[in-house]
Design a protein around this ligand. Structure first.
Ligand code: URA
Length: 192
């Protein structure tokens, strides 16, 4: 059931013309993974490789994410990976506020279908958006301050939100891999 609903959202995303990124994309990247996942990872936006393949985190940041998932004892096949934006911003620039506003209704629908127990937000854009939406606006800070902390949104059952550094941060700053690994290690011990 979740699969059919996610496929339907994916189809809509693939024909989306809501913003100008529709003109520059090669492929949309709706997201990929287990429709029944307990753990949902939300990144920022597709990069060059993701745009070419239509899959999330399949470039260098994806290699780092795979390494970290191993640390967390998780496989891609058991989690779901989505992004704030479903199309690549040219030159990997930051998502604009308008793009976020127009695109995120898709993500919200995906979250409602999957009903994950934990949402791991990768980077500042993802953390701010998810925390805002889930009634945690008063807890938003730069990811450097809140990474690895577990937030319980009000009125969302036992859902947990965990901001994490974006895996791409370890590409430009190799020292970050240790910080990321420590946070992912902690994921092992969080009951879902
Ligand atoms: N970075 C992201 O935030 N998402 C992807 O899918 C790839 C790189």
């Amino acid at each position: 059931m979740n699969k059919e609903n996610l496929d339907k959202i994916g189809k809509e995303i693939k024909s989306c013309q809501r913003c100008a990124l529709a003109k520059t994309r090669t492929n949309c990247v709706p997201g990929k993974g287990n429709p029944e996942a307990d753990l949902l990872f939300v990144g920022e936006a597709p990069g060059k490789n993701e745009d070419l393949r239509g899959e999330p985190f399949c470039g260098r940041a994806g290699e780092v994410l795979d390494q970290l998932l191993q640390v967390a004892g998780r496989m891609r096949s058991e989690i779901f990976i989505a992004n704030i934006l479903k199309c690549r911003p040219p030159g990997n620039r930051n998502p604009s506020p308008d793009e976020i506003k127009l695109c995120t209704p898709y993500l919200i629908r995906q979250i409602k279908v999957i009903q994950p127990k934990i949402i791991c937000c990768l980077g500042n854009f993802s953390s701010s958006f998810i925390m805002e939406k889930l009634g945690l606006a008063n807890k938003i800070q730069g990811v450097g301050k809140i990474h690895g902390k577990v937030f319980i949104p009000p009125k969302a059952g036992s859902l947990k939100v965990i901001p994490l550094y974006h895996p791409a941060s370890a590409i430009y700053n190799p020292g970050m891999i240790k910080v990321l690994a420590k946070d992912f290690e902690m994921l092992k011990n969080i009951p879902v």
